[in-house]
Write a protein that binds this ligand. Sequence first.
Ligand code: NAD
Length: 354
Amino acid sequence: MTKRVAVLPGDGIGPEVTAWAVAALQAVGRRFGHDFAFAEGLIGGRAFDETGSPLPAETLALCRRSDAVLLGAVGGPKWDENLPALRPEAGLLGARAGLGLYANLRPATLHPFLSDLSPLRSAVTGGQFDMLIVRELTGGLYYGARGRDGERVFDTMVYTEAEVERVGRRAFALARSRRRKLTSVDKANVLDTSRLWRSVMHRLAGEFPDVAYEDMLVDNAAMQLVRRPGAFDVLVTENMFGDILSDEAGMITGSIGLLPSASLGAGTFGLYEPVHGSAPDIAGRNIANPAAAVLSAAMLLRHSFGLAAEAEAVEQAVAAVLAGPRRTADLARAGDMVIGTAEMGGQIVDRLKA
Ligand code: NAD
């Protein structure tokens, strides 16, 4: 059966890197005999220029008709003075909310052959690590009531048991598909929402006895990430803690051009995008690293289409190219040959065809 992918390239380097994510999926389709249909939509600054909205209704409708969404990046100085609701980023936030995407998956992987890119010493990283942060995306402090009353200003952190349970269940299932370890991060010594979080996680831990489970306070988690990153497999946490910890975990890999992400909703639907932004400083110059976008396509294969072997083939093709001496400028070291977006993407797709 044909699987439908909505492609939203967006702004800046978005279209340059997304083209290679699509090319990788096409190569996978040919090699493994799958039928993928792609349909492009507008989002972000370009959508604002062409339609007056950073998220045209037609784009949301296209996403809802599709089995998964592949997104590039949005934003750029051209639209910085737009009113908040008309900024490119509003398009992205609107898509995430409008599509009910409640679980954000951010893998942070340090490859042994790129271990010197990490700002941490190899004695700390052990030369490699591979963790996955699962962040609750539609609840908590960013969505609670807020307001200002003269001198007094407030934001509210609210969670329901059902909201905690659905993201917890995802995280346990993901841990089961990896190295079977789950760390739940909270602040249960202070916050009532965290005490609810912890009690729901403990109940779920009983349902997943094959997953080694631990609780960790968020301040300790921030320290342990830079002290022994290799000790983590899957981490699950609420919205704001996840926002901060996933950036910390990403940065200790040392390479923003390699970080993919997934945002999952009910069932198998999901939106997949690189962690990096639209990088206006290098846009249109064939400099950007397409690996994060291609690795996002691998996540799409795994989480929305249930095609684990195909996802691994994409990840292995990217790893093989990264291990070689010809890389984009963001990863280049003395002695390496610097290549462009198209050459890097071409190498990955050639390996996928082989
Ligand atoms: P950025 O991630 O776009 O760029 C940060 C730095 O990393 C830049 O020096 C850039 O050249 C480099 N970089 C990023 N991706 C790269 C890649 N694939 N290969 C090589 N180098 C890469 O973040 P920023 O500069 O803070 O933001 C630029 C614009 O992107 C802003 O408008 C911002 O709002 C937007 N943004 C969008 C998203 C998104 O669409 N999800 C995320 C972050 C920022």
